[in-house]
Ligand binder design. Sequence first.
Ligand SMILES: Cc1cc2nc3c(=O)[nH]c(=O)nc-3n(C[C@H](O)[C@H](O)[C@H](O)COP(=O)(O)O)c2cc1C
Length: 164
Amino acid sequence: MNTMTTSTADMKQAMSSFATGVTVITAHHAGQDFGMTCNSFNTVSLEPALVLWSLRTVSGNRAHFEAAGGYTVNILSHTQQPLAMQFTKGSHEERFAGLMLARLPTGRPQILGCTAWLDCELERIIPAGDHDILLGRVLSFGVNANTSLEPLIYARRQFGKLAT
Ligand SMILES: Cc1cc2nc3c(=O)[nH]c(=O)nc-3n(C[C@H](O)[C@H](O)[C@H](O)COP(=O)(O)O)c2cc1C
């Protein structure tokens, strides 16, 4: 096993061998839906139910997520791989184009067909280098009744699914 430096490229390469799921984090503010692809999502605490994800400080969505005061985590199924790229670029309208959505009581959009979703109130923003950690308290969540729907996996900069 090679020992690497701590350059950004080496760090990215090391982290790419950590397989994650893929989410689209959505929110709603001032009459506008917005969202972005995120794989830094994770659980923090079960009681109380807390989750987190990290957002680049220079993200064009940074101000929107803070102003919205909450977010919905949409956990993508492997059939939704195109959405993972759709939510990395373009305008708000382009990102949501052609999507089937449900509207949660908080007003936030939930993407239909996901394996699960969690609707969260923004508890705290924790500055962390070139990212901010958005700690959220889970208000409600749901799991897709179709349990044979497989989660989308991301590792080594590629999308895939579990070899079952
Ligand atoms: C698989 C995958 C995971 C991503 N995870 C994150 C993440 O955790 N945090 C983040 O800030 N950006 C992440 N991104 C990149 C953002 O989706 C992308 O930079 C953003 O949507 C660009 O829009 P913006 O300029 O409005 O921020 C990820 C992209 C991909 C393809």
